[in-house]
Design a protein around this ligand. Sequence first.
Ligand code: RIB
Ligand code: CA
Length: 310
Amino acid sequence: MDKRKIILDCDPGHDDAVAIMLAGKNEKLDVQGITVVAGNQTLDNTTRNALNVVQCLGLDIPVYAGCGQPMVREKRNAGDIHGKSGLDGPVFEALTRTLEKKHAVEFIIRTLMDSDGDITMVTTGPMTNLAMAMRMEPRIIEKIHEIVLMGGAFANGNTTPSAEFNIFADAEAAYVCFNSGRPITMVGLDVTRKALCYPSIVERMSRVGNVASKLFADLMAHFCKAQKEVYGWEGGPLHDPVTIAYLIDPTVIQTKFVNAQIEIRSEQSYGRTNCDMFQYMQLKPTAHVAYEIDVQKFWNIIEEGIRSYS
Ligand code: RIB
Ligand code: CA
């Protein structure tokens, strides 16, 4: 069976780290590279975190540093959830893995231009790297097989009442990507907020007893504590890995093909993903927006992913 080629663009981030873990050894996926962007924390932090995760898990996947700030707006991070390092909690061995020399945007352009149009772009942070690649080399756009993003929400946001963090952190970049004309699958808060990592889930994954289960438990210890302090939840929503779970088994989510627009001009609703779930505006559908998740199937995929490191 042909593996699905992906580039994982992320801002580790605890949930990004689990997305890397889930994709890293899955036999259905061929991770061409991990490209890193500023988001949850500064680029220095998110790149170091990505290197620590791939080194800890023994993944032979190249890591590329990308954009350190959004295309237009001022930088914004999510230190309240992910901590000063962006990956507070786990203690890693001395870091020996190094970044690739090429800039992430250049890697995305080169890889897509050299491809047969069979590469899926997965973004689990602000979409700056992908948008900049589209602007620098528009010929890559038709080469993108699909864009699968964690971002947005057709209901409430998590950074402002209307906006989710990944979109809010660079709405102009999301606007570029959502208007690229390529197939988009939007995995938003509407489903990821149902993937709550309760203590029972952490115990279940810890029992696997390998390097991935230990990292998972160490990551969730901080992530869930922070989510409880900020949002009062007993379990932290494991946003980013839902994108990878969808690539492994598309039936884990249900989507609706609707018109989805990114708000970039409003003061109050900047970064809003306006998803016309009931086609009020009768506009052309542009994105497959997730509205339901099979939570049990999701956690089974996570456990299988962790077991793949034994
Ligand atoms: O809103 C959730 C998203 O913002 C996740 O990708 C998390 O890692 C943060 O980047
Ligand atoms: Ca992220």
